[in-house]
Design a binder for this molecule. Structure first.
Ligand code: HSE
Length: 438
């Protein structure tokens, strides 16, 4: 059978990895795909005369549209990232009747609805396994492997850079900026590392997971997003004393009122498997009604691991070349006419437990005032701990764990506590999830 021709957009960390993996494992990949897969045209900037591994016979141009418009290209693989021109290139490829593979989470999260509608109309596939959790085949697992189930919730460590930073802070007490620099040098961090640190990258991925879990349109703008830049060494240590680890989680949950989509630092019991996922590794815990919990673990970033997911998509699309467009796996797991409009909840309506830390004067009545406010807001305290004031200081750290409560009630209590004369500064609040299976 005639080889499948790939047009590769981008030869950076992931694009270079994809060319290398396709070349290194060519025979094994062809055995699986049923035909040879060859990169014939690639677009990259600033390479000069150098040819990355696996591209010796590839025509390399700086004009990405030349690749997308090349009539010999069957599958366009978009690995340049970002919004524009990635969106225009992908839409042009679809318009040209080409299938697309992309690792671009921002593109899918923000423009996926438009892109999938265009692909549907043209009868082509847009595959995006590498957009979420790097090399872990989590899209395939949820979209296909769990199709018998109602998904109840998903909680994932889906940003490797953030997990690397939190792990190094906890284990080695390392400085935030120093660890981030190392993640950048290792090729894990986004071009703009605030995407990692402030949770935007995780929000892109969570939004995609939520849509394929619950059959709702992609709604990136409704993801509540909080990063790790305010997590302090104190909180990491206090969480540990209480038997918890702080992880940066993306959480999406189906409730009777609607769907939660939120990304934030989270205390989770240290005995949970996912609490022990360290360094740059990712893990996604899926709770499904028939299977129960299942955990997917692996490298969430890096050249070869991400290329592994890209190439798996290329193999899938190669197999799809001979299938009837009506009988392919739907882009968002559910048939396009069965995507529904279940509301997405605002944070005020989310119900969760909390870790609170506040700095208060060490004098009689302060603790009573704080606990009275909590009681009046209907918040039950699960654990409480006061640290002795440091030598020469008159204020002490008070740490609390609460039971689950609607976030709006917690906000009210925090405002009242912060208004107490004896409490200085803001109350630190980190959400707590048990991630239990019941
Ligand atoms: N910057 C991302 C991360 C890369 O650190 O997880 C993979 O999407």
């Amino acid at each position: 059978m005639k080889p499948v021709n790939i047009g590769l957009l981008g030869l950076g960390t992931v694009g270079g990895g994809t060319a290398r993996v396709l070349a290194n494992n060519a025979a094994e990949i062809a055995r699986r795909a049923g035909r040879e897969i060859q990169v014939i045209h690639a677009a990259a900037r600033g390479l000069g005369d150098s040819k990355p591994e696996g591209t010796a016979n590839v025509d390399i141009t700086e004009d990405a549209f030349a690749v997308v418009n090349n009539p010999e290209v069957d599958i366009v693989v978009e690995l340049i990232g970002g919004d524009s021109p990635a969106r225009e290139l992908v839409l042009q490829a679809i318009d040209n009747g080409k299938h697309v593979v992309t690792a671009n989470k921002a593109l899918i999260a923000k423009h996926g609805n438009e892109i999938f509608a265009a692909a549907q109309a043209k009868g082509v596939v847009v595959a995006f396994e590498a957009a979420v959790a790097g090399g872990i085949p989590i899209i395939k697992a949820i979209r296909e492997g769990l199709s018998a189930n109602h998904i109840q919730w998903i909680a994932g460590i889906i940003n490797g850079t953030g997990n690397f930073i939190l792990t190094e802070m906890r284990d080695k007490g390392r400085d935030f900026a120093d660890v981030l620099k190392e993640a950048q040098e290792l090729g894990y961090a986004e071009a703009d590392p605030t995407f990692d640190v402030e949770g935007i990258d995780a929000a892109h991925k969570l939004c995609i997971l939520s849509s394929i879990a619950f059959g709702v349109p992609l709604q990136f703008e409704k993801v509540y997003t909080e990063g790790i830049s305010k997590v302090s060494q104190d909180d990491v240590s206090y969480a540990s004393e209480l038997g918890y680890r702080i992880k940066h989680l993306g959480i999406t949950r189906a409730t009777e009122q609607g769907i939660e989509m939120r990304v934030h630092p989270t205390l989770i019991p240290e005995r949970r498997l996912i609490a022990n996922v360290d360094g740059v590794m990712n893990a996604v815990l899926v709770m499904a009604d028939k299977l129960g919990p299942s955990l997917y673990y692996g490298a969430g970033a890096g050249s070869d691991p991400t290329a592994s997911a890209v190439v798996a998509d290329i193999v899938d699309v190669t197999r799809d070349l001979t299938t009837d467009p009506e009988n392919r796996v739907p882009h968002l797991a559910f048939q396009p006419d069965h995507i529904n409009d279940t509301p997405i909840l605002t944070m005020d309506d989310v119900v969760t437990a909390y870790y609170l830390r506040m700095n208060a004067e060490d004098k009689p009545g302060v603790m009573a005032d704080i606990t009275r406010i909590m009681g009046e807001a209907g918040i039950s305290i699960e654990a409480i701990m006061q640290k002795e004031p440091a030598p020469g200081e008159s204020t002490a750290n008070i740490i609390m764990l609460t039971q689950r409560i609607r976030e709006a009630q917690m906000n009210q209590a925090m405002v009242a506590i912060q208004a107490l004369d004896a409490v200085s500064g803001e109350v630190t609040r980190i959400r707590v999830e048990s991630l239990a299976s019941d």
